[in-house]
Design a protein around this ligand. Structure first.
Ligand SMILES: *Cc1c(COP(=O)(O)O)cnc(C)c1O
Length: 455
């Protein structure tokens, strides 16, 4: 057996429930707070932005939440997603480790993002919403929500971070193909955007700014809501289809992971693959080592502060407790645009504080090296974000070789890189640089964290 081996589940095995890790946490998640009163948020505070069904999921502590049948119907187009044993990569690395990867690039948008875009569009449609606003970094989320909006007949307006808008015209074209409107952020269409442009006309943008623009528009209209592609509890909840399927597929393979590796931007593909396994561990099952990989240029988990902060630059969002680089932090324009967020999902931050996961930061050139090695062995070309997970998994496999032990490694190959070929061209042309963030800017952004009144 020398080829990659694919573990495929029957369509009937598409999960019927999402898994909510809030039910199994040894310590409850610190609540989101109202930015004015600093009191825990009530459902009314979020109502201008999200439909009630999603607000309920955001605060739910039920272990299982049913996936609506119309959502499962749409999932069926690409789910269950395949799980592969990377035998050829193992051979190239000459490692005793077994490497498995769950491949989420089979969705129409090419990443894990439609797993939450589809239910979010579904619940908004049910609530009578006509239009959704959102932000996008690399364009993966914007194209996923554009796809979901097209299915449910909802208008989608996407604020795309300026650097990515310029770097990735094909992602924009895909959004427009699905019928969405895509605007470079910071833009002149919102007060938040105009304020930033007045300070710096050539601002490269950031997810924090794009979120402010999208939230500002959604809050102004009753028929318009806002959708977020990562970070929030309900987004991570929807992504658990990935891990639930992976558990069934590992069982088909007669194996169980010793180590799980995933990249982290806002934490959604990580939470998606990790939470079902971590939940099993918390309920008394086998212990797994869990490693989050983030870019050195935007290292919220490894260099950020665990503190209450805003999700956006203009401070329109609630305060959540998370690992943050500060909401005004602008990371340099490196190629994994989906990993350029200043904060980390509160759920992922919380389990990091509880010591249940590890985190490592990598520079981008080492990640592209790993991605190219993976593509040459396995044939799939990973997204620049996913290259971080590939690097982490390869390093775990090389450690096994060094120690002369076999371990089972599972990683999330969260998307393909077919829209990111300029990044690969730059890599092959020797033009990629290992960028570091500006230390003084980080210090300034952290100094600007909201001051919390004593509880
Ligand atoms: C959006 C995206 C990410 C980063 O977001 P997470 O919420 O951390 O998963 C990573 N990889 C791909 C392919 C993405 O589209």
């Amino acid at each position: 057996m020398s080829d990659s081996i694919k573990y495929l589940l029957d369509e009937s095995k598409i999960p019927k429930f999402w898994y909510n890790i809030a039910a199994d946490l040894p310590v409850p998640l610190p609540p989101a707070l109202h930015p004015g009163t600093q009191q825990p948020l009530g459902p009314d505070d979020l109502a201008p932005l999200f439909p009630l069904s999603l607000i309920q999921q955001e605060v739910s502590t039920e272990r299982e939440i049913e996936i609506p049948e119309p959502v499962r119907e749409i999932y069926r187009q690409w789910r269950p997603a395949p799980l592969f044993r990377a035998r050829r990569l193992e051979r190239v690395l000459d490692t005793p480790a077994k490497i498995y990867y769950k491949y989420e690039g089979v969705s129409p948008a090419g990443s894990h993002k439609p797993n939450t875009a589809v239910p979010q569009a579904f619940y908004n449609k049910e609530a009578g919403i006509k239009k959704l606003t959102t932000e996008t970094g690399a364009g993966q989320w914007g194209s996923s929500l554009a796809f979901a909006g097209a299915l449910f007949g909802i208008d989608v307006q996407v604020f795309m971070v300026r650097v990515s808008y310029d770097q990735k015209p094909y992602r924009r074209a895909l959004m427009e193909t699905y019928g969405a409107r895509c605007i470079a952020s910071p833009s002149n269409e919102t007060q938040s955007g105009r304020t930033i442009l007045a300070q710096r006309a050539d601002h490269p943008g950031s997810l924090g700014i794009a979120i402010s623009e999208a939230v500002e528009l959604a809050a102004q209209r009753d028929d318009t809501k806002y959708a977020l592609g990562s970070v929030l509890n309900h987004v991570l909840l929807h992504q658990t289809v990935v891990g639930i399927e992976a558990m069934q597929q590992m069982e088909m393979a007669g194996d169980y992971p010793d180590v799980i590796v995933a990249c982290t931007g806002g934490g959604s593909n990580f939470g998606g693959i990790v939470f079902p396994f971590l939940g099993a561990q918390l309920r008394g099952g086998k212990k797994v080592r869990i490693v989050a990989i983030e870019p050195s240029a935007c290292p919220s988990l490894t260099r950020g502060k665990y503190a209450y902060d805003f999700g956006d630059t203009a401070h329109l969002t609630p305060l959540t407790k998370m690992h943050t680089l500060g909401s005004t932090f602008t990371p340099p324009g490196f190629h994994a645009g989906g990993l350029r967020y200043h904060g980390m999902a509160p759920l992922v931050s919380h389990i990091k504080e509880l010591g249940l996961i590890e985190a490592r930061a990598y520079h981008q050139i080492a990640c592209f090296e790993a991605g190219v090695q993976f593509a040459r062995a396995e044939g799939i070309l990973p997204a620049p974000e996913a290259n971080h997970a590939v690097r982490g998994a390869i390093d775990e496999a090389l450690k096994c070789k060094q120690e002369g032990v076999s371990r089972t490694i599972l990683f999330n190959l969260c998307g393909h890189g077919h829209f990111d070929m300029q990044a690969y061209i730059d890599y092959f042309g020797g033009k990629l640089k290992d960028l570091d963030y500006d230390e003084s800017e980080l210090a300034m952004a952290l100094a600007g964290l909201p001051s919390m009144r004593a509880a």
